[in-house]
Design a protein around this ligand. Sequence first.
Ligand code: AP5
Length: 225
Amino acid sequence: MSARTWRLVLLGPPGVGKGTQGKLLAQAFRIPQIGTGDIFRNAVKERTPMGSVATTYMDAGKLVPDDVTIGLIEERLAAPDAQNGFVLDGFPRTAQQATALDAMMHRNNQQLDGVIEIKVEPDEVLRRLTGRRLCAVCQTLYHLESAPTRLPGVCDRCAGPLIQRPDDDKATVLKRLDEYQRKTAPLAEYYGRSGLLRVVDGNGDVDEIFNRIITALKTSVVRTA
Ligand code: AP5
């Protein structure tokens, strides 16, 4: 399945596993994983003007305004490494972002190959987010219960310290879930109408879910190039 071009979108609420599965898809298909949240967090870390806008919204559990996010993705998709495919993790999240992505694809004579919606129950999402930790140095993801480090608080890969994302405290998580329901969940219907949507059960272990995604993508191939 890796010999062709894949332009993919991962949909699903905060904490469902988009970042985890996006990374595996990027490795399997040798395409970049483009996570808007990761790009915003880097911008915050580097204190860029975009970072100072984004941080206000992220810390409040709100979506960053569409004009900022769409401009960012337009620029990122124009980069050479995205010309042979990509996996979008966290974009689009609003109707306006979805139509902007369609317009970008159309202008470049490209099309999406699949939209994967990952689903788990709200309680499991909360468990995943509140237990999530990441390495402050290499950004490797862990979970206190389901993907713990060998030594508490120390990254297995680079020995860096583990941190909790500032927006993973319970109050902010609940706001993010509310934003998702109001603004992003309706995109499932949008992509359902275009025939691109594949719904995948996000319960179970990471490899099992990855295999479900691959199986789902086999049924979403609509073109051969
Ligand atoms: P972003 O960083 O994209 O956050 P998110 O969508 O809320 O998603 P998360 O990163 O929280 O979760 P995930 O689904 O990637 O799960 P993960 O794989 O990490 O966005 C952050 C903010 O940026 C937004 O709130 C917004 O402000 C802004 N933003 C981003 N995009 C935007 C856009 N398009 N428009 C406007 N604003 C935007 O997994 C979670 C945990 O679960 C981990 O600990 C992991 O180890 C564990 N886990 C994963 N899979 C499993 C499994 N199968 N079983 C058990 N545990 C698992």
